[in-house]
Design a protein around this ligand. Structure first.
Ligand SMILES: [Zn+2]
Length: 447
C-alpha cells in the first residue's frame, strides 16, 4: 500500500504538470512571419511561400508550410508580399543633412546635444527605409556613432544596427577635417577634429585612439572630398606611408580599414598600403580597378547621389566649387562601377547618406542595374556581400536560420521592378516590427 501511495502521488504530480501545459503551452516561437515570396540574400532565385519561426530575435526555423508548433505564436501575415533580408548601407553619416554642405558654420552653432538628437532622428528614418544595418563611415563629432549605437542597443532609441568607425582620420584641412575658410582652426572645437593628423607617427597614434575607443573599423580620407573646401577630389592627401601606419594598427586590432579615395593614384596608394575597401573610387583607371580585383579590395560606390546633388545643389546654395566637383565625379564614377563589375571587384552597396537624404538610399539600386548589375546582384550587394565583408555573416545579410530576424517586405517582385525597394512596406528588426503599412497585416492568430 505504501508503495502504491507513492505511485499515486507521482501520477498526480505528472498530471498537474500536464494540466499546466495544456492551460498555458510554451510557444516554440515568439512569432512567425509568413511571406508570399522570398529573396533570401543567398540564393540566386526567388523562393515561394515561406514561414519564418522567430525566437529570441533570431530566425530559428524556416519552413515551406505552417507547422502545428506555430499555432500559438504571433503571426505576421505577409502572404501578399516579397520578403528580403534587412538591407545594409555601407556608407552612412548621421551627423548632418545635405543642406549643411551649404555652410559648415552650422556645426559651430550646433551643440553636441543638437547633433545627438539629429542622429537619433536620422537613425529612425534610415531604419524605416529598410536599412537594418549600416556602416557609419565617420563623423565630424567624435564618437557620435558609437554613442548612438549604444543608446540603440540599450533600447533607448530606435535605429539600425550600426558599425562604428569613429572620427575620420584625415590630414589638416583635408576632406575629413572640419575646415571652414575664414575661420581659424582654434575656433573649431576639439571634438570635431579628433582624427586630424600628419605623418605616420601621428596617424598611428590617432588610429590607436580610434581602436581604443571601440571602433569596428577605421575610416581614412586618402584623397580630397567633393564637399570639402579647397581640396581636389583627385589629389592624394594621405601618403601611402601614413595609410600603411593606420593599416598596421588596425590589423593588430583585427579590424578593417576603409579609404575615401577618388583618384587612381590615391586608390592605388590605399590598396598597396593594405586597406580593405575603397569608397567613391570615382576617378579610378583600369590599373586601379585591376589592382582592387587582384588584392581582393572591395569598392563601395555611391553611384546615385551625384544625380541628387545635381538636382538640388543650386537650390541648396552649394558652392560653385562643390557643384563642379560633383559634375566631375558623377558620370566618371558610374563608368568605374561598370569596369569594376566587369573585373570582378567586390561591390558593396553604399550611398553616402548624409550627402544624400537619409530616406533616399534605395534610389541607388536603379543606377546599379542601369550600369550592368542584375537585380539579384544589386540586392546581394546590399545584403550578404557586405555582411560577409564585415564578418557579420552569422548575424545579418540573409534570411537564414541563426541570423537576426531582420526582415523587410514589399508588395510585388523587386527582381521585376527594383524601384519597389524605394518604398518598403514592412520592416522588422530582431523580430520586432518597426514599420508596417495598413495592408501588411500583423495578426495574433493561427497560421
Ligand atoms: Zn561620405
Amino acid at each position: 500500500m505504501i508503495r502504491l501511495s507513492g505511485l499515486l502521488i507521482a501520477l498526480t504530480l505528472v498530471s498537474a504538470c500536464q494540466k499546466a501545459e495544456v492551460a498555458e503551452p510554451a510557444a516554440k516561437y515568439d512569432s512567425v512571419v509568413r511571406c508570399g515570396a522570398v529573396i533570401d540574400g543567398l540564393s540566386d532565385s526567388l523562393g515561394g511561400e515561406t514561414y519564418f519561426g522567430i525566437q529570441g530575435q533570431r530566425i530559428s526555423e524556416i519552413l515551406p508550410d505552417a507547422n502545428p508548433s506555430m499555432a500559438n505564436a504571433t503571426l505576421v501575415d505577409l502572404r501578399d508580399y516579397t520578403c528580403l533580408p534587412g538591407l545594409i548601407d555601407m556608407h552612412v553619416h548621421f551627423d548632418g543633412l545635405p543642406d549643411y554642405a551649404d555652410d559648415y558654420t552650422i556645426f559651430l552653432r550646433k551643440t553636441p546635444d543638437d547633433l545627438r538628437r539629429l542622429s537619433e532622428e536620422l537613425a529612425k528614418i534610415v531604419l524605416d527605409a529598410g536599412f537594418t544595418t549600416v556602416r557609419h563611415v565617420g563623423s565630424y563629432m567624435v564618437w557620435l556613432d558609437r554613442d548612438l549605437r549604444d543608446r540603440i542597443v540599450a533600447g533607448e532609441v530606435v535605429g539600425p544596427r550600426i558599425r562604428v568607425g569613429g572620427p575620420y582620420l584625415t590630414i589638416p584641412h583635408g576632406g575629413g577635417d572640419l575646415y571652414i575658410p575664414g575661420i581659424d582652426d582654434s575656433e573649431i572645437p576639439d571634438y570635431y577634429r579628433a582624427g586630424v593628423a600628419r605623418g605616420p607617427d601621428e596617424f598611428r597614434a590617432r588610429a590607436q585612439q580610434v581602436v581604443d575607443g571601440g571602433a569596428d573599423f577605421i575610416k581614412i580620407i586618402a584623397s580630397g572630398a567633393v564637399f570639402g573646401h579647397g581640396s581636389d577630389p583627385g589629389a592624394p592627401e594621405m601618403t601611402r606611408e601614413e595609410i600603411a601606419a593606420v593599416v598596421e594598427v588596425a590589423k593588430a586590432a583585427g579590424i578593417k580599414v576603409t579609404a575615401h579615395a577618388h583618384s587612381a593614384e590615391s586608390i592605388k596608394d590605399a590598396i598597396l598600403a593594405g586597406v580593405d575597401s575603397i569608397e567613391h573610387a570615382s576617378l579610378g583607371d583600369d590599373e586601379s580597378v585591376a589592382l582592387a580585383a587582384k588584392h581582393g579590395v572591395a569598392f563601395s560606390m555611391d553611384v546615385y547621389n551625384g544625380t541628387y546633388t545635381d538636382e538640388v545643389g543650386v537650390a541648396n546654395g552649394y558652392a560653385e566649387e562643390f557643384m563642379q566637383k560633383n559634375t566631375d565625379t558623377t558620370e566618371a564614377q558610374r563608368i568605374v562601377f561598370e569596369k569594376a563589375l566587369a573585373a570582378g571587384v567586390t561591390l558593396m552597396f553604399g550611398t553616402d547618406l548624409g550627402v544624400l537624404p537619409h530616406d533616399l538610399g534605395a534610389k541607388q539600386f536603379e543606377i546599379m542595374i542601369e550600369r550592368g548589375m542584375t537585380p539579384m546582384q544589386a540586392i546581394k550587394s546590399a545584403t550578404s556581400v557586405p555582411a560577409d565583408h564585415m564578418g557579420l555573416q552569422k548575424d545579418v545579410g540573409a534570411l537564414d536560420v541563426g541570423r537576426y530576424a531582420d526582415i523587410i517586405a514589399v508588395r510585388g517582385n523587386p527582381l521585376d521592378d527594383i524601384r519597389l525597394l524605394q518604398q518598403v512596406d514592412f520592416v522588422m528588426k530582431g523580430g520586432t516590427v518597426i514599420k508596417t503599412s495598413a495592408e501588411a497585416t500583423t495578426d495574433a492568430g493561427k497560421p
